[in-house]
Design a protein around this ligand. Structure first.
Ligand code: KG4
Ligand code: ZN
Length: 353
């Protein structure tokens, strides 16, 4: 089966062509255009700006995905695909509509079935792109992105349970909001991680919210407040260029502590879920899964003698952790197409169930 997948839930516009054959998934193209440069200047995503950019880029991005896959030029005669998959939520309404309406138009023009895909499952199914044959159920998924921090139990492809979620900020959101306090560009996760490498995480110990709580929920807003308080009490002002230049080590040390705190909470709660539910696989996904320290800490945790052999760890390659269309296509292989495509629409608040 060959799928053209489209993703436009947030600030990225993506299109990908994938084939599933004899249980193996191969990606023929995976094109992404982002408006992050525009958002970096404003310190966050402005939905209107994101959607306007997506309107500009959706056609060229789809064209490029089809050119790379089949040297195909957009026209009324269809490319050699069996279906079109599109993210229908969750996300920003304007952004989602760009992808959904484009997909519906192409589906009607080419008479190809349309498969609506939940972005959150996309992050989990990014793991199936390289590991479809290996992944065994039951599985636990840790989805850590800019908007979500979720622990999910998957008994099978279509029998799932939400074990825990963040009660306030998501892990990626915590990185981004703390980045703003530290005068770093949006999104700040990768930058904080890079600066943390030169830092000492024990110099400014930060809280690890809810790390010991009985449930599998998360909370990261207290961490952001702790950083804000630290900056205020110590008089650290990284928006002041003179201060920032003279005190780089302080920035590195704070970044190291922030990363350590977030990673530690994510790993501890995931470990708790594994001990309780004893899955065969641990599927990690979302932008924060691109974090090297998180991957390393999860690797150590799954090798830990107390839970050894219980869960095999899967983390997608970096470019499949952050938003992309290939992960949307990957989940579409396990779903049915909609008979009535007029019912496919954008669901900004879509959840797992
Ligand atoms: O999954 P994603 O691309 O978009 C959403 O669905 O939200 O995740 C974006 C988030 C941002 O908050 C970004 O700061 C974070 O992922 N992120 C990272 C890293 N790369 C991206 N966080 C920590 N370490 C990274 N290397
Ligand atoms: Zn995402």
């Amino acid at each position: 089966m060959t799928i053209l997948a489209i993703e436009s839930s947030c600030d990225e516009t993506g299109a990908s062509v994938l084939i599933k054959k004899n249980g193996e998934i191969s990606v023929l193209s995976n094109i992404i255009s982002t408006s992050l440069d525009l958002h970096a200047k404003t310190g966050g995503i402005i939905p209107e700006v994101a959607a306007r950019e997506q309107v500009k880029y959706i056609t060229p991005v789809i064209q490029e995905a089809l050119t790379q896959a089949f040297a195909y030029e957009l026209s009324a005669s269809p490319p050699p695909i069996d279906a079109i998959a599109v993210t229908h939520g969750p996300g920003l309404i304007g952004s989602l509509l760009v992808g959904v309406e484009t997909a519906k138009t192409l589906s009607a023009l080419w008479s190809k079935p349309l498969i609506p895909v939940n972005h959150l499952y996309g992050h989990i199914y990014a793991n199936f792109i390289t590991e479809n044959r290996a992944i065994e159920f039951p599985a636990i998924a840790l989805v850590a992105s800019g908007a979500h921090t979720d622990l999910i139990y998957l008994a099978s492809h279509n029998d799932i349970q939400v074990l825990g979620q963040t009660r306030d900020d998501a892990a990626g959101e915590a990185f981004d909001k703390i980045g703003r306090l530290l005068n770093l560009e949006y999104p700040a996760g990768a930058k904080i991680s890079e600066l943390a490498q030169k830092g000492d995480r024990s110099r400014f110990p930060l809280p690890r919210p809810m790390i010991g709580s009985d449930d599998l929920d998360f909370s990261f807003s207290g961490l952001k407040t702790a950083v804000l308080n630290l900056l205020k009490t110590e008089g650290f002002d990284f928006s002041n260029t003179d201060f920032a230049e003279k005190n780089q080590q302080i920035l590195f040390d704070i970044c190291a502590s922030v990363e350590y705190s977030i990673v530690n909470v994510l790993v501890r709660k995931t470990s708790k879920a594994i001990k309780k539910y004893q899955p065969k696989s641990l599927l990690v996904g979302g932008g924060v899964a691109a974090n090297t320290q998180l991957k390393e800490a999860l690797r150590q945790m799954t090798n830990d003698t107390a839970i050894a052999g219980q869960a095999k760890l899967y983390v997608p390659p970096k470019d499949l952790c952050t938003d992309n269309a290939a992960m949307i296509g990957a989940h579409a292989f396990f779903l049915e197409s909609k008979k009535d495509t007029s019912l496919v629409t954008a669901h900004p608040g879509l959840s797992y169930l």
